[in-house]
Write a protein that binds this ligand. Structure first.
Ligand code: SAM
Length: 341
C-alpha cells in the first residue's frame, strides 16, 4: 500500500503543529520554518503548502535534541579579558565586526588607525587559542579614507596576524547591494567591505553544499542547444589551464557561489548604529558549522550573530563591552526563541 504524503496549507500547518506540540504555533512561525529551510515549501505563493511528515520530523527533532541542548551565552566586558575565560579549542566559528579604526567615536569609542594593530593583536591571540583546529575566523572590516588615502591598517593587521600563527585563507567581499547614495569628487560610492577568513590549519570544516545557489535563468537558453565543443572539456585559449565542459551543468538546479557575497545592508535592528544584517552571519554559519557547533562573536553589538546562531541551532557566545547592548542582546535572543514556537 502506498501512503500519499499529506500536504497542509500554512494555516492548516499552524493548526496541526499547535495540536502536535501543545503550544501556540502561528502561521508566521510556519513561514519562518520555510524561510530557514527547516521544512520545504511546496507550491507557489498564494498556494504554499508544506508536508505534514516534515513538520512532524522537525518538531520531534527540535524537542528531543535542540531545545534542551542549545546554549546562548552573553558576557559583559572587554573581550581582551573575557576571552581568557573561554576554553582552548572550543569554538567552531568566530564571526565578528569589531569597531573600525577611528569611527563612531560618539557611540562606542574608536581606536586610531595607528593604534589599531597593537589594540587588536592581544584579542586575535586569544581568538587563535579558543578556535578549534578545524575552525574558521571571519573578520568583517574596512579601512577608512584618511587625508584622501585609504588607510593601510587592515593590511598591516593581516601581516601581523600571520606572524601570530593565523593562516589568511581567503578574502570574501561583502557587496552591499544597497550602499549609501552620494557623490564624491575623487571616488565612487563605497559598495563593499572585507570579510577576511583566517584559519588555524589548512584543513578546516567547510560545508559548501549548504550555501549553493539557484543556477539562474541563463541555463534555460544556454543548455538547450549544445555545440560539440560544449560536450567536451574546452580548455581556455590563453593557456591558463582552466577549462569547462558546459554539458556538466545539464540537470543541475543549484551551483556553488563565488567569494563575493551579495547582501543588502538593511537589518531590522534599529537599536545599534553598526549592526550587520542577519544574512551575513547566517551565510558563514551555514558554510562553516553544523547544528550544535559553537559560534563566537567577541564584539557582539546588538547580538545579530547570537540571534542567528540560536535560530540555526548553534550554541553561541557573545562578548560586549556596553551594558545597554548586553541588555538588548538578552531581549532579542529571548525573542528569537519565541519565534520558533
Ligand atoms: C561594529 S559593532 C558590532 C555590531 C554587531 N555585529 C551587530 O550586528 O550588532 C562593534 C561592537 O563592539 C563593542 N566593543 C568595542 N570594543 C569592545 C571590546 N573591547 N570588547 C567587547 N566589545 C567591544 C562595541 O560596543 C560595539 O557594540
Amino acid at each position: 500500500m502506498t501512503i500519499t504524503p499529506k500536504l497542509l496549507t500554512i494555516k492548516q500547518a499552524s493548526e496541526w503543529a499547535t495540536n502536535y506540540i501543545g503550544k501556540n504555533v502561528t502561521t508566521s512561525n510556519i513561514a519562518y520554518l520555510i524561510q530557514y529551510g527547516l521544512v520545504r515549501k511546496i507550491g507557489e505563493n498564494g498556494n504554499t503548502q508544506v508536508l505534514q511528515e516534515e513538520l512532524e520530523e522537525y518538531y520531534d527533532r527540535y524537542f528531543t535534541t535542540n531545545e534542551s541542548k542549545i546554549k546562548t551565552e552573553i558576557i559583559l566586558g572587554d573581550c581582551k579579558d573575557e576571552l581568557k575565560n573561554i576554553a582552548d579549542n572550543s569554538v567552531d566559528l568566530i564571526v565578528t565586526s569589531p569597531p573600525y579604526a577611528d569611527q563612531r567615536k560618539k557611540t562606542y569609542g574608536g581606536i586610531t588607525p595607528e593604534r589599531y594593530v597593537e589594540w587588536f593583536l592581544p584579542i586575535s591571540k586569544e581568538l587563535l587559542r579558543v578556535l578549534k583546529p578545524a575552525g574558521t575566523f571571519i573578520l568583517n572590516i574596512k579601512e577608512k579614507v584618511v587625508d584622501g588615502e585609504r588607510s593601510t591598517y587592515v593590511m598591516e593587521l593581516i601581516l601581523e596576524m600571520r606572524q601570530q600563527g593565523w593562516l589568511w585563507t581567503e578574502e570574501f567581499i561583502w557587496h552591499k547591494k544597497n550602499c549609501y547614495p552620494g557623490k564624491w569628487a575623487n571616488r565612487f560610492r563605497d559598495a563593499w567591505e572585507r570579510l577576511l577568513q583566517f584559519n588555524k590549519s589548512r584543513k578546516f570544516n567547510m560545508y559548501q553544499d549548504a550555501v549553493k545557489i539557484p543556477i539562474g535563468d541563463w541555463a534555460n537558453g544556454r543548455l538547450k542547444n549544445l555545440s560539440e565543443t560544449d560536450k567536451i572539456r574546452d580548455n581556455a585559449k590563453n593557456g591558463s589551464g582552466f577549462g569547462k565542459n558546459i554539458s556538466n551543468w545539464i540537470g543541475k538546479e543549484t551551483v556553488y557561489p563565488t567569494n563575493v557575497v551579495h547582501l543588502s545592508t538593511e537589518c531590522n535592528n534599529k537599536n545599534h548604529s553598526a549592526a550587520f544584517p542577519d544574512s551575513l552571519p547566517e551565510w558563514f554559519i551555514k558554510l562553516f558549522t553544523q547544528e550544535n557547533d559553537t559560534v563566537l562573536d567577541p564584539f557582539a553589538g546588538s547580538g545579530t550573530t547570537l540571534k542567528v546562531a540560536k535560530r540555526m541551532y548553534r550554541n553561541s557566545v557573545g562578548i560586549e563591552i556596553l551594558p545597554e547592548y548586553v541588555e538588548l542582546i538578552k531581549a532579542i535572543t529571548k525573542e528569537e526563541q519565541l519565534n520558533i514556537f
